[in-house]
Design a protein around this ligand. Structure first.
Ligand SMILES: NC(=O)c1ccc[n+]([C@@H]2O[C@H](COP(=O)([O-])OP(=O)(O)OC[C@H]3O[C@@H](n4cnc5c(N)ncnc54)[C@H](O)[C@@H]3O)[C@@H](O)[C@H]2O)c1
Length: 389
């Protein structure tokens, strides 16, 4: 782990009504701003908030987001009848931070709907008020985001495409780093929602045969490649595959069959802990590209590494969505598909190349290497913005 640095700011708040505590940690500011969720949990501590704020910096740094990491929260059970009123008092008290340095969103124990209501109640436009103010022109920032979100490519909105575009770019960079080419390879994907669906599309577009896809009901497979676009056009809003649309040579297998599919690339894009030390031995792929959050347990990562399988960590591979929202809001990319995809591809490919070089050279896991790259990116961004301002 890189040397420990003190966070930029720690705030402890005591609710005047209940005596309960609330916390905010801004791990670091990049260009005067930081982002991270607001959680509600009985037993929340300053230590937990500080660790999560740090993790947010690393996640942001990995995809070169022009924002540091932060986190906040209140120590109360979200089901407590007092919870909503307490959250409102907390937001009111933190308003000076929320208007300037700290852009927040839903997190454990809160929903974006709840935050939207509470922020409106205290007279603020959005939980990302800080980034709206930071953009220089809040109306223009919101208009850019609306434009981006309303743009569709092949029937799917950009908000549901940018994530998978990044995952496919991560796969291409990892394969190239090992001296191979995506074209002609085969992939198996768990999940056919926003992430799984778009990853399958963009792998397919790069000449990869998608030979297996799992949804919550089971795996569909075809060693010659599934018709991804047909399945995308007919899937349900929840990402369920329409079985009636399967081709005559497609097969229906049990739900976990995706894991052991005969494919070079495995993309877990559904649930956490999908690959464990119990089932890692069944993996036949040489690359695991994590589209879901924490889909590979630590023990499984170690087991796969010992077998020479490259695991591209979630916070790099799946960082395209978060990065794109921020870039668009801050006016750092045109929300149209071409420039957006180009920026995601360039950013994620570069990070994957760098992290795999460090992993090879220093014998650390790709995840540990990614943390190093993220730190270096944050330092570079900090310097870039120090010069620019
Ligand atoms: N949407 C994003 O932009 C984004 C960004 C970063 C990370 N993630 C992470 O990616 C994962 C998927 O998110 P999403 O937005 O694509 O979700 P989603 O709800 O759009 O789709 C989920 C898909 O997974 C399938 N699924 C659920 N349980 C399953 C199981 N046990 N086995 C096989 N398939 C199963 C569903 O049928 C569906 O096809 C989550 O871990 C999420 O946190 C999403």
């Amino acid at each position: 782990m890189p040397e420990k640095r003190e966070p930029f700011l720690r705030v402890t708040w005591t609710d005047p009504v209940t005596g309960r505590k609330g916390y905010v940690v801004i791990d670091r500011l990049i260009d005067g701003i930081a982002g991270g969720g607001t959680r509600m949990r009985a037993g929340l501590t300053m230590e937990e908030v500080e660790r999560l704020a740090r993790t947010m910096s690393i996640k942001n740094g990995a995809v070169r987001l022009p924002s540091g990491g932060a986190k906040g929260g209140v120590d109360i059970d979200p089901h407590d009848p007092e919870a909503r009123a307490l959250l409102t008092r907390f937001v009111r008290a933190m308003r000076p931070l929320l208007e300037t340095w700290w852009a927040t969103a839903e997190d454990m124990g809160t929903t974006q709907e709840l935050l939207n209501e509470v922020f409106q109640e205290v007279g603020m436009r959005a939980s990302v008020e800080a980034s709206l103010n930071h953009s220089g022109d809040a109306d223009a920032a919101l208009a850019r985001l609306a434009k981006g979100l309303s743009t569709k490519v092949g029937g799917i909105g950009m908000g549901d495409l940018v994530g998978g575009y990044g995952v496919a770019a991560a796969a291409a960079a990892a394969v190239a780093h090992r001296g191979g080419r995506l074209t002609g390879m085969r992939a198996s994907v768990q999940g056919f929602g926003a992430m799984g669906g778009s990853t399958a599309r963009y792998l397919n577009e790069q000449g990869v045969k998608v030979v297996a896809i799992a949804d919550v009901k089971g795996t569909v497979a075809n060693p010659d490649g599934l018709d991804v676009e047909r399945l995308l056009a007919t899937r349900t809003a929840l990402g369920d595959i329409e079985r009636a649309e399967l081709g005559s040579s497609d097969r229906q297998l049990e739900r976990e069959a995706w894991l052991a599919a005969d494919a070079e690339i495995l993309v877990p894009a559904a649930v956490a802990d999908a690959i464990t030390d119990q089932n890692a031995g069944e993996v036949r792929a040489s690359f695991v590209v994590e589209a879901a959050n924490i889909p590979t347990t630590e023990a499984a990562q170690a087991a796969l590494r010992d077998r020479g399988v490259t695991v591209v960590p979630d916070f790099v591979a799946n960082g395209g969505t978060n990065a794109w929202f921020w870039w668009v809001l801050l006016g750092r990319v045109d929300p149209a598909p071409e420039p957006s995809f180009a920026m995601i591809s360039e950013t994620i490919s570069r990070t994957v190349r760098d992290l795999l070089s460090i992993s090879d050279r220093e014998g650390v896991t790709p995840r540990q290497a990614a943390e190093k790259v993220a730190e270096a990116n944050l330092d570079e961004l900090e310097r870039e913005f120090a010069v620019a301002t």
